[in-house]
Design a protein around this ligand. Sequence first.
Ligand code: S3P
Length: 427
Amino acid sequence: MATIQGVQRVEGDITVPGDKSISHRAVMFSALAEGTTSIEGFLPGADCLSTISCFRKLGIAIEQDGDRVQVEGKGWYGLTEPADILDIGNSGTTIRLMMGILSTQPFHSVLIGDESIARRPMKRVTGPLRQMGADIAGRQNGEYTPLSLRGGKLTGIEYHSPVSSAQIKSAVLLAGLQAEGTTTLYEPEVSRDHTERMLRSFGVEVESFTGGVRVRGGQRLVSPGRIHVPGDISSAAFPLVAAAMLPDSRIIVRNVGINPTRSGIIDVLKEMGAGLMLHNERIVNGEPVADVEVAYSSLKGIEIGGEIIPRLIDEIPVIAVLATQAEGVTVIKDAAELKVKETNRIDTVVAELRKMGAHIEPTEDGMIIHGGTPLTGAVCDSHGDHRIGMAAAVAGLAAAGETTVLNAASIDVSFPGFFATLQQISE
Ligand code: S3P
């Protein structure tokens, strides 16, 4: 449980923990590569620690101390059959990418996770992997955990993914790296491309083209030696939204990843009228990075849908909070994927923001928010979903009185130190 007092304004010059998507991939690819990799800026949140624990059970030596990690890669086939179940906790990225990797391994493994994972759809990944030749069993014919895999000889496929998902894309590409022939994945809109970028830094050839991506089988990974993980834009979004909606506020978040497949929140903040500036733009390990500054300005409601959705899917809970403080109506559509995240985020966002007095309606593929509403402190619940807990806390900053967030420990999944950061910027 955590309590948050409403504040007049926020101000600060801060950093946020490392990018979750990049941290997972850094550990996974380093484990599969030849050579030792030192990772700096790693996110020591629960999800990425689950990835480390799985690779240790697969026989990889990994040292972790805060945001520094050292991985002794043994090459793609250096993994050994785990003596124990691989527990991925709350992490959808871990389980889906692991399935791609384990499908190539000539041994048996079992994957489980927490209650939320047990409700999340897995056939979107087990389906294409089975088409490639992987032997996978699970509840409801491979839709739900526990999942059991026996990998082996795979054949490359041409796969048209019905959803734009980096987890599906990455699982298929990773399996494709050890399949016979080439593997091509097409997706409706481009999803985050950290896998493609990082594989290239490990010496893998990956062909990206409009509408899809292709890899040739039989490629090995060679460690780049060192990886710097930038700050997570999905975590930076919370203090940046606080600055955008509280009069007279200004926040600068240093060293944030601004990969164009992730930067939808920047476009939305600008379009709604926030004062946003990027400083010090640079490329680090193939990923664009900048210092992001947001200052309060009066905001207006907008329509959010189409190609931008995969570029801000994880930021929709906090965008909904922002929209409650904008003039006019904000419509979020084409976002049915929200229903299969850590919680059904259409339902949980609407339920929690209504408790604070927001005028918000759920729709089949998003939500409609009527802005310009003063919020009042309330007892909110994260429902075990880190981003719902953080969205409620940021709404609490803009609310009159005190807000309580129940089940706040889940925030540790992606943003350890979140409440200390809120404290630091609150006035
Ligand atoms: C992620 C991909 C996204 C995102 C998740 C992390 C990744 O999920 O929501 O938080 O690291 O690949 P989908 O692939 O299901 O869209």
